[in-house]
Design a binder for this molecule. Sequence first.
Ligand SMILES: Nc1ncnc2c1ncn2[C@@H]1O[C@H](COP(=O)(O)OP(=O)(O)OP(=O)(O)O)[C@@H](O)[C@H]1O
Ligand SMILES: [Mg+2]
Length: 342
Amino acid sequence: MAEAILEVRDLVKHYPLTQGILFKKQVGAVKAVDGVSFDLVAGETLGIVGESGCGKSTVAKMLVNLERPTAGQIKYKGTDITKMSGKALRSVRRNIQMVFQDPYTSLNPRMTVGDIIGEPYEIHPEVAPKGDRRRKVQELLDVVGLNPEYINRYPHQFSGGQRQRIGIARGLALQPEIIVADEPVSALDVSVQAQVVNLLERLQNEFSLSYVFIAHDLSIVRHISDRVGVMYLGRIVEIGRDAEIYDHPTHPYTQALLSAVPVPDPSAREHRERIILSGDVPSPANIPSGCRFRTRCWKAQERCTLEVPELAVPAVFQLLEGPAHHPSACHFAEEKRVVPSE
Ligand SMILES: Nc1ncnc2c1ncn2[C@@H]1O[C@H](COP(=O)(O)OP(=O)(O)OP(=O)(O)O)[C@@H](O)[C@H]1O
Ligand SMILES: [Mg+2]
């Protein structure tokens, strides 16, 4: 039976836009995340995709408490972590760890690999007492496919792929249940990307991890995700099982994104139209009324300027099994498929 390990509801992060030097006056807000809701089922990988600036990293940072939400809830096993502080928060944070995008800048160049991977134990000494840390770090190096003898080396002595393995080892140090991976392979050579994705998959099985896996690229997410959520301008516009999103996208934005993904099969390629979206993504400081995608949408009508299309959050049991609507935040997505139960 599926169980939600994280329930995210109406999550919002607005950054104030100010003017003036001495007397700062708020003149608006950058609506980086503007009402995001989803469940993360224990053991699944939820892919989140969307163009640069749509708010993916901001969502990730709020999940691991690097940013405080402006509004909304993040429930971990039923308890809202946005309301927690002190010891209770620290113990929850232990279970939700992040792997960062850029292995070149996210590792402190002046620290040895051993100190980088073992740093989380400074905050959580209960996981590994001092005398035990070196052995633990060596074990982690081995788990991510690096030689445990590298423990005293510095980040610059490693390749990009190896550095990302170090970042992953650090993410695993506290034995978390959830890993939020923010574009973990985007900065790597294509030849190395698959190796790191394979490693993440192996670790997921070995340690029963749940992943939120963020990417620009729909093709990378497809390999690893059970479900995919598509973000546009601070919101998820469509979310569903992998095959549903790829084979039966109902939101025009998802359809456009998918039309840009290369198809290896030439006969399938002929049947596919490339959808070129008009205009640029609007500024998150100036989000269009109604449907935020309408300014670029070929299906847009008057209704779209007036009514915000909401995205339903299905009951957890519907997410991975049984019949389920797959939610789409489009007024004209009534062709939403109902998945027959097997
Ligand atoms: N600290 C901040 N102050 C003001 N605006 C911010 C801040 N952090 C992010 N933003 C803005 O919020 C929006 C979302 O940023 P975010 O980094 O979450 O996007 P992203 O989807 O991760 O993009 P990318 O794919 O480029 O990593 C952007 O417009 C960004 O400029
Ligand atoms: Mg980002």
